[in-house]
Design a protein around this ligand. Structure first.
Ligand SMILES: Nc1nc2c(ncn2[C@@H]2O[C@H](COP(=O)(O)OP(=O)(O)OP(=O)(O)O)[C@@H](O)[C@H]2O)c(=O)[nH]1
Ligand SMILES: [Mg+2]
Length: 338
């Protein structure tokens, strides 16, 4: 199961309270204050684990509550700090605040950490309240409360190239031809229900990552088909590959529909560098073979995953494009503009 969205509750532990206590010694009538401070409450800390690839664990466990710090004790003994809870998340996890929708963290690197809910500080014991004029203080502090909040976790696949197209365009088939990925392929729409990633080898040393996502249809932004939610997985790609089967309808029309859906989702995504690839060239009519598709923005590629036509050229082209991108083009930051 591939889960790319989760809503969870995190709460740091409360700090332990400070103690109020006085020294008791045999021959000292009035011992000074010796109440120790409380220990710190545990924090909830996210850490990227590069072996994890889904948010599935969060379907089963949604509440993460750290323990309280120990209270301070007499003889100036400080309460113990509570252990932090380390929550493992996959690389590509975006953490948002449920209430404000603000992005709190974008966890990309292995072992990167983020304090999701800080534990409260321990309260001061009465020993800390001594002043020259106040030698026997009885005051002590309650430990600070731990932070608590609801968070949204979103997993955004990180790939160089994102395949975007209508259902049945041949996205998954292309990925399976160019990489070792084995996504499900079938001649009905919406075969792909979750993103697939594949590593495309250019040569012995070089490769890039390609992501195949579920198909988009006209009106996806109003919830038709599988909607637009999967576009979050191509927000981080550097280059969009529009895959179009020209036997289905005029490529110009399909391209317009796809581009429009992307625009509805995010202007920034729609403005990403792209290449148009016409698929299933083995099945084209003679008329199509000679058509120029002048209305398309860039000279489209013609490929066939069946006969292999154009695949090598496409791989070489994609690699060249990725390597010649300007810094402005390579923008892996949050793409969605709401
Ligand atoms: N003749 C021919 N058929 C192809 C080619 N590529 C894919 N197909 C067929 O087209 C159908 C759809 O292929 P998929 O790769 O599942 O298409 P998809 O774009 O991933 O579809 P969704 O996952 O539903 O969005 C399957 O029956 C494939 O066998 C091709 O190059 N030539
Ligand atoms: Mg597919």
């Amino acid at each position: 199961m591939f889960i790319d969205y989760a809503k969870i509750y995190v709460k740091g532990g409360q700090g332990g309270s400070g103690a109020s206590s006085f020294r008791r010694e045999k021959h000292v009538a009035k011992g000074g204050p010796n109440g120790g401070d409380g220990g710190r409450g545990g924090s909830i800390i996210f850490r990227v684990d590069s072996h994890l690839h889904t948010l599935v664990d969060f379907q089963y466990k949604k509440h993460y509550v750290a323990k309280h710090g120990q209270h301070g004790m007499g003889k100036n003994r400080q309460g113990r700090d509570a252990d932090d809870i380390i929550v493992r998340v996959p690389a590509g996890t975006v953490v948002k605040d449920v209430e404000t929708d603000e992005v709190l963290a974008d966890l990309l690197e292995a072992d990167q950490t983020f304090v999701a809910a800080r534990g409260g500080k321990g309260g001061k014991g009465n020993a800390r309240f001594v002043t020259p004029t106040h030698q026997a203080p009885r005051e002590w502090e309650v430990g600070e409360s731990g932070e608590e909040k609801w968070l949204i976790l979103e997993l955004k696949v990180i790939a160089d190239i994102g395949l975007v197209g209508k259902p049945n365009a041949g996205k998954s088939t292309l990925l399976s031809k160019l990489s070792a990925a084995r996504p499900k392929i079938a001649d009905y729409p919406f075969t792909t229900l979750q993103p697939n990633l594949g590593i495309v080898r250019v040569n012995d040393l070089e490769s890039f990552v390609m992501a195949d996502i579920p198909g988009l249809i006209e009106g996806a932004h109003t919830g038709k088909g599988l909607g637009l939610q999967f576009l979050r997985h191509v927000e981080r790609t550097r280059l969009i590959c529009y895959l179009i089967d020209p036997m289905e309808e005029k490529p110009e029309k399909t391209f317009k529909i796809l581009k429009n859906e992307l625009e509805q989702y995010s202007e920034k995504l729609a403005k990403k560098p792209f290449v148009i690839v016409l698929t299933k060239s083995d099945s084209w009519s003679d008329e199509l073979k000679t058509a120029k598709h002048q209305k398309l923005h860039s000279a489209p590629f013609a490929v066939s995953s069946l006969s292999g036509e154009g695949l090598k050229e496409l791989t070489a082209y994609l690699w060249r494009r990725l390597n010649h991108m300007t810094l402005e083009e390579i923008d892996l930051t949050e793409g969605k503009t709401e």
